[in-house]
Design a protein. Structure first.
Ligand code: HEM
Length: 589
């Protein structure tokens, strides 16, 4: 049994623990990161031993992969989503270092590898059960054939692998018999034939995502015969219409979630055939599909297990909403986001029957007023999330009802609503916590991974604050380098990478593009912050690039707090909290 080195002057009892005991403690603390952090502060041996115990790794830099994997010899789950450039040679390094210990690998944001790298990975890591190859737009059937050698594979993500055809899927079907989940979203070359083969060979499939595939009724009977199928996504499968669905006899009993968003070519008649017999159905998404009529609501009446229903973007009839209000059991989640036709009377009737609702989305339901909010808040006291952007007829008094009646609420989206100070102070708490905590966590991770930057931060604190007293908020202005570290952290990891969605209240032109009224443009701050045309070495953590500090940034290339009229009002406070917390940590380590 290996014992840690000790000096006689060190009398911390934790430092005398053997490696095996620390492993046992770490196993015990695995699901409790806070206690793990506390333990690491009391036990010096933790860090060196932890690297031998660590099972999960998300490296920041591909070029250090070989060294990193050498340091962590027992990695089971490797997430390479922060390393966009992964070449075959690096997959070779992973195969040699991880061998049969590796269970899952996420390559969903990585490119530049081919079937050769995949082959070496799969042949060395024969215990692989999960591979995420999403966005592998250059991967072809040869890559699929390489994956087919992973005989123990249970989960495979291939979304946007647009070159993979029925041939590739056929190889996977024959090779990976243990598959339980497969995502083929946007694999546009996969057709009925490939899916029939998959359903025939991989009987264990529980989860199947076929979004945007050009499939027809031909593959549905084989899919619905999968005995264990629980999640089926048919989003945007336009070939599936009432005619196709009417031929179906029986759905699979095991089906729990069905997503038929953006399927415009079916009505309640086709839907009834598809879910006939799916007595365990719990979640149904019909966004941007057929109108929500009384007939459609009635066809779902018998599914007493239904807990979550999403009708986003559908035309909603009042009689349909009332019929949902007559369902025998309360829903937990309901979404009418951007539905036209939702009115006070019918919505109030519905929420009075669905008292157990925890999530409600009524974004852009422009006809609802104070009455709906009154009924929602008095009936559904367990609400944790309410989204009601652009409900422009709701007066400001209504928002206070959420604070008064729904104690469990964690998320309230009231963008473009008539909210006043009282309602706003309640909201501030929600908007300010996650963002700040997130920034702090990334800043700490980056500092730990960049020891030279860490030393500079410490030197600045030592020079301007010293050790004889506690740090206070007026000290942070004396720490410009720390400010740059936070600015750079927010560039690399903006807590709201797509900012917040807003709806254009009138038509306008932006950057030469005509934006009609009612459009929801999404601003991708993440991409702008890492655009090589705007930043030198965009993926590198270099606080020095902000020599002028936070205020002196040109143009709109840096927008972690958004910009313009809806810019984050808590930016100053957020920065101050993060600076204080980091500086306080820096002064004690
Ligand atoms: C590092 C910390 C923070 C970051 C990175 C951050 C980021 C953001 C972003 C990107 C938006 C959306 C801007 C847009 O739509 O264009 C936003 C909105 C908002 N933030 Fe923050 N935030 C932070 C801290 C805070 C704090 C501490 C508070 C409150 C005490 C706060 C309150 C709000 C509110 C109320 C909005 C909505 C403003 C509106 O829609 O008009 N934020 N924030």
């Amino acid at each position: 049994m290996k014992t840690n080195k000790k000096t006689t002057s060190n009398c911390n009892p934790f430092d005398f623990l053997t490696e095996e005991i620390i492993f046992t403690i770490l196993d015990y603390l695995n699901d409790d990161p806070f206690s793990k952090k506390s333990f690491s502060l009391t036990c010096k041996a933790l860090y060196s031993i932890e690297s031998h115990h660590r099972k999960t790794l998300k490296p920041l830099r591909a070029e250090l992969l070989s060294r990193t994997l050498h340091r962590y010899p027992h990695i089971e789950h490797l997430d390479l989503t922060l390393c966009p450039r992964i070449e075959d040679i690096m997959l070779n390094v992973v195969s040699l270092a991880c061998k049969d210990a590796l269970c899952s690998i996420n390559l969903s944001r990585s490119r530049f590898f081919t079937n050769i790298g995949l082959s070496s990975l799969v042949s060395s890591c024969f215990n692989l059960v999960e591979i995420d190859l999403s966005n592998g737009v250059e991967l072809n059937d040869l890559a699929a054939a390489a994956i087919a050698e992973a005989k123990n594979l249970e989960k495979l993500w291939l979304s946007r692998c647009k070159l993979i055809t029925d041939m590739g899927i056929g190889c996977v079907a024959v090779g990976c018999r243990k598959l339980r989940l497969i995502c083929l979203k946007w694999c546009l070359k996969v057709s009925d034939l490939g899916l029939q083969l998959l359903a025939l060979k991989c009987k264990e499939i529980r989860s199947l995502d076929l979004s945007y595939l050009q499939i027809t009724e031909k593959c549905l009977p084989s899919i619905l015969q999968l005995q264990h199928l629980e999640d089926l996504v048919l989003e945007g499968c336009l070939g599936i219409d009432d005619n196709a669905l009417s031929t179906l006899q029986q759905s699979c009993k095991s089906l729990k979630t069905l997503n038929m968003s953006n399927c415009h070519n079916h009505s309640h008649v086709g839907l009834s055939s598809l879910i006939n017999g799916a007595e365990n159905l719990r979640e149904l998404t019909l966004a941007y599909g057929p109108a929500i009529t009384e007939d459609l609501a009635k066809c779902l009446h018998t599914f007493s297990g239904l807990r979550s229903v999403k009708f986003d973007g559908c035309l909603v009839k009042c009689s349909g909403v009332r019929a949902i209000g007559r369902w025998p059991r309360s829903l937990k989640e309901l979404s009418f986001s951007k539905c036209s036709g939702v009115e006070d009377d019918s919505l109030s009737f519905l929420v009075r029957a669905h008292k157990e609702l925890t999530k409600l989305d009524i974004t852009c339901c422009r006809k609802i007023t104070y009455d709906s909010v009154d009924s929602i808040t008095s009936s559904c006291r367990s609400l944790t999330s309410v989204r009601m952007e652009s409900c422009s007829l709701v007066p400001k008094e209504a928002f206070v009802l959420f604070g008064q009646r729904c104690e469990l609420i964690e998320e309230l989206d009231v963008t473009d609503s008539k909210i006043d100070d009282e309602g706003f102070s309640f909201m501030m708490f929600i908007a300010g916590t996650e963002t700040t905590a997130n920034t702090l966590e990334w800043a700490m991770a980056l500092l730990l991974n960049h020891p030279k930057v860490m030393l500079k931060v410490k030197a600045e604190i030592d020079e301007h604050v010293g050790h004889g007293r506690l740090l206070n908020d007026s000290d942070t202005v004396k720490l410009p380098y720390l400010g740059r570290v936070i600015t750079e952290t927010l560039r690399l990891y903006p807590p709201a990478p797509l900012l917040l969605p807003h709806l254009s209240s009138e038509a306008c032109t932006a950057g030469g593009f005509d934006i009609p009224q009612g459009t929801m443009p999404v601003v991708n701050a993440w991409t702008m912050h890492r655009d090589p045309k705007l930043w030198e070495e965009p993926d590198e953590f270099k606080p020095e690039r902000f020599l002028g500090g936070f205020g002196e940034l040109e143009g709109f290339k840096y927008i972690p707090f958004g910009t313009g009229r809806r810019v984050c009002p808590g930016a100053g406070m957020g920065l101050q909290i993060v600076s204080l917390a980091l500086a306080a940590l820096g002064s004690i380590v």
